[in-house]
Write a protein that binds this ligand. Structure first.
Ligand code: NAD
Length: 392
């Protein structure tokens, strides 16, 4: 008999919210997960009316406190199996901590929290309870990100000397926050976004992509935070020069004022034997450059071992469910891959297996904490005109 689908509860997602939409498509993509409950808005009345008008039936709650209290008393099978947090950054910590304490696994949007201090508390709570917890660094979910990670961490392009990991956008090049964009409004507000707008919002994605693909950590950083649009309390341009844990160096940079750029996240890694390039706007391709050879472009779904460069491709990478090559996989598929992996961990946990996460399938709570440590170090460095600051 087939397994019952997992029940997912939402914190946030009403009132024209953005990232809930790709998540909910991804949650439903395999038929093995479905959204059954939600606290969609901080205003209880709006939360209930939005739930009543949700495209399919869900149990609405007036607040996440109510949802956690009611759902955690239900038996497994009827309660939510995990909660997805898609609220602005300052409303991550409280619902996440309350879910952990109530024994409900959490998949949380990035950045994990608004301070390292809050993130530390979540890391400790997850370790103590051994309860599934993931952070939604979307781009790790691309098959090509996993392929890139294999290429770099298995040494196929040699030792990493230099990497350039970037996220370039243009949507905050003017005063978008004055145009009625709810997404822009809270991102430029230090109380709701945290110590950095651009760094917290998308610099953390660039950092995570670097750490995931190379398997290396950023140990020290020189940070430069700029605000090009007048009247903003936070940065809209974030550049860091980084020391890597293997002795190499990297640029982790993000901007929201580069007119014409949409979601131009990408990474280039220069190793002692070759170079790897990947861009999320062309997420089906990984380019490898080797000395004195034509460039190789690998397409998802059309990769085989022992081609003169690749060897020993991991069985789980090759067995990853995908559609045939040429039918493009993209953003929603990346999200679905994260939820699919998280689902496996939630089911294992429900079968009595203590949760551990090495970050190979989706970002862990410790990865989320590292994002905050990186941003805080960059902010401190920028205050000292770009002096080196340890990322701890
Ligand atoms: N992984 C990604 O690629 C990605 C992309 C965009 C945003 N994000 C992250 O997702 C989060 C949400 O971003 P967004 O752009 O969707 O924001 P948004 O403003 O579009 O949506 C936020 C939602 O949270 C709700 N909300 C706020 N306070 C609440 C509360 N106390 N209780 C219940 N609901 C509440 C709002 O009503 C709204 O529905 C942010 O942390 C952001 O950094 C991640």
């Amino acid at each position: 008999m087939s397994q019952r689908p997992l029940n997912v509860g939402l914190v946030g997602g009403g009132g024209g919210a953005f990232i809930v939409q790709p998540h909910q498509k991804a949650i439903h993509m395999d038929g093995t997960r479905r959204i059954t409950a939600a606290a969609l808005h901080p205003d209880p009345k709006v939360a209930m009316s939005e739930a009543a008008n949700w495209p399919y039936p869900i149990q609405g709650y007036t607040s996440y406190d109510e949802m956690i209290a009611v759902e955690s008393k239900k038996p497994v099978g009827e309660r939510v199996d995990y909660v997805l947090i898609v609220t602005p950054n300052h409303v991550h910590f409280d619902p996440a901590m309350k879910c952990i304490q109530a024994g409900i696994p959490v998949f949380c949007e990035k950045p994990l929290t608004v301070t390292v201090e809050e993130s530390d508390k979540l890391v400790k709570a997850v370790q103590e309870k051994k309860i599934p917890f993931g952070v939604a660094h979307t781009y790790l979910g691309h098959w090509t990100s996993r392929f890139s990670r294999h290429i770099v961490t298995s040494g196929l392009i040699g030792e990493v000397r230099w990497a350039d990991s970037y996220y370039i956008q243009g949507w905050l090049a003017g005063r978008t926050e004055d145009t009625g964009s709810i997404q822009a409004e809270w991102r430029v507000d230090p109380k709701r976004a945290g110590a950095s707008c651009c760094g917290g919002d998308i610099g953390t994605h660039a950092l995570m992509q670097l750490r995931y693909v190379t398997g290396l950590n950023v140990t020290r950083v020189q940070g430069h935070l700029e605000t090009f649009v007048a009247g903003r309390a936070l940065d809209d341009h974030f550049t860091t020069y980084c020391q890597l844990s293997n002795g190499g160096k990297a640029l982790v940079r993000a901007t929201q004022i580069a007119i014409g750029h949409k979601n131009d996240l990408g990474i280039e890694v220069n190793g002692t034997k070759g170079t790897l390039q990947w861009r999320q706007e062309f997420p089906e391709e990984v380019v490898i450059k080797l000395p004195n050879q034509p460039d190789r472009t690998y397409f998802r779904g059309a990769v085989s071992a022992n081609d003169g460069f690749l060897k020993d491709l991991p069985a789980d990478l090759m067995a990853e469910p995908t559609i045939p090559p040429g039918h493009p996989e993209a953003f929603h598929d990346a999200f679905a891959r994260l939820h699919r992996c998280f689902e496996q961990d939630v089911r294992a946990y429900q079968d009595g297996k203590p949760f551990t996460c090495d970050g190979a399938k989706y970002a862990s709570v410790a990865d989320g904490r590292m994002g905050l440590a990186f941003v805080e170090a960059a902010v401190r460095s920028a205050q000292k005109e770009g002096a080196w600051v340890d990322v701890t």
